[in-house]
Design a protein around this ligand. Structure first.
Ligand code: FES
Ligand code: FES
Length: 163
């Protein structure tokens, strides 16, 4: 039996091993932060973190993840208690339709976890494979910079505190 730890909680996987991680997260665990966009590994809206690396969950089968740790958007915080990355995106009003935003946050979180002092160029490079049809890229960049500042010890972001 495949066991996958999601946001710190181990789950036995009853689904067929070929089931995409995205389908299992949304369908079996009711974690709907990760979004279905292209289903082909080309848009990034389904991005989650597996063992510290950002992956596109629509193209990773659950059978390949036995014993692995997965973090989803829900693992970054809740609506009532958003984490630093989520607060930064809210403060910068980085979402328009919001469809790409969960994937953007997970990709950025994976980057900052391994590289807290990532430069603008490194943030841009990391997010390049995540597509935003609304064109809110500059706000997304500001939000990631803001989250990085807070994670490095700057004062916590307050919602509505855009700069
Ligand atoms: S839905 Fe997974 S990359 Fe587009
Ligand atoms: S905010 Fe709409 S796709 Fe990015």
């Amino acid at each position: 039996m495949t066991t996958i730890t999601v946001n710190g909680t181990p789950h036995a996987v009853a689904a067929d091993p070929a089931t995409p991680l995205l389908y299992w997260l949304r369908g079996d665990l009711a974690l709907d932060g990760a979004k279905y966009g292209c289903g082909l590994g080309q848009c990034g809206s389904c991005t989650v973190i597996v063992e510290g690396r950002a992956v596109m969950s629509c193209v990773v089968p659950v059978g390949a993840l036995d014993g692995k740790r997965v973090t989803t958007l829900e693992g970054l915080g809740t609506a009532a208690a958003p984490g630093p990355m989520q607060r930064a995106f809210i403060a910068e009003q980085a979402a328009q339709c919001g469809y790409c935003i969960p994937g953007m946050m997970m990709k950025a979180q994976a980057l900052l976890d391994r590289q807290p002092d990532a430069s603008d160029a490194e943030i841009r490079a990391a997010l390049q494979t995540n597509l935003c049809r609304c064109g809110t890229h500059m706000r997304i960049l500001r939000a990631v910079r803001r989250a990085a500042d807070e994670m490095r010890g700057a004062a916590p972001v307050r919602v509505g505190d855009a700069r």
